[in-house]
Design a protein around this ligand. Structure first.
Ligand SMILES: [Zn+2]
Length: 216
């Protein structure tokens, strides 16, 4: 496959990108300077070498400029840990479950100062393999460990207000309920401050703060 076709094919795999947009990206790269293309390829290489997925919340972070400890207090073995999970000033008793990394940035702007867990998506209604689509097993493990070591008080489900989001919420509540009863923590959902179909990634910080205040 020639480089133009190959690169178009790779861009098509990006979320929300179709064949026409993929072609436009390639055309843009062809029209740009060799220096820009060089910089882009080097950054992509660095992204792999200098980024890690947090062993506690599963968000991606860059090792350079990482503040605080890289040891994970709640885990039995040493794993890389992001600056949020390693920050002792954060409220460890609350875990906010989000679908993706991009949601965290917006929730941070709303003033939330607890911890996070990135589920890695939502469970499609039509799917019969719920556990294969998101980090359900990892979430149960995290909750189990945090409840015994860090005194977990509350788990907030910050899933999108969509059919898949609602379906995911139902499955999570069903799987987490026995743990919440035996380990004594509360499971809450965001209040309806967020409009139907809206996602945390696109909601403004005030709306998120309001939905957090109205959680039930
Ligand atoms: Zn983390």
């Amino acid at each position: 496959m020639d480089p133009i076709d190959r690169l178009s094919f790779l861009f098509e795999k990006f979320p929300g990108i179709g064949p026409r947009q993929a072609r436009r990206f390639v055309q843009y790269l062809l029209s740009t300077s060799p220096t820009t293309r060089q910089e882009l390829s080097e950054i992509i290489k660095k992204l792999g070498a200098e980024s890690r997925q947090c062993g506690m919340c599963y968000r991606w972070f860059t090792l350079k400029g990482q503040q605080g400890s890289t040891l994970t207090p709640g885990l039995s073995k040493v794993e890389p840990c992001c600056s949020i999970c390693a920050n002792p000033a954060r409220e460890a008793g609350i875990i906010f479950v989000v679908e993706k990394d991009a949601d965290i940035e917006n929730v941070e702007r709303s003033g939330f100062r607890g911890l996070y867990f990135v589920l890695g998506g939502s469970i499609a209604l039509a799917s019969d393999d719920a556990e294969g689509q998101v980090r359900l097993r990892e979430l149960l493990k995290r909750v189990d460990e945090d409840a015994s070591t860090l005194k977990l008080n509350e788990l907030i489900l910050g899933l999108s207000s969509s059919t898949d989001g609602d379906h995911t919420r139902e499955i999570l509540i069903e799987k987490l309920r026995p743990l919440s009863q035996s380990l004594n923590f509360r499971i809450s959902s965001l209040g309806r401050g967020l409009s139907t179909g809206s996602e945390l990634e696109y909601a403004d910080p005030d709306t998120i703060a309001q939905a957090l205040g109205n959680r039930h």
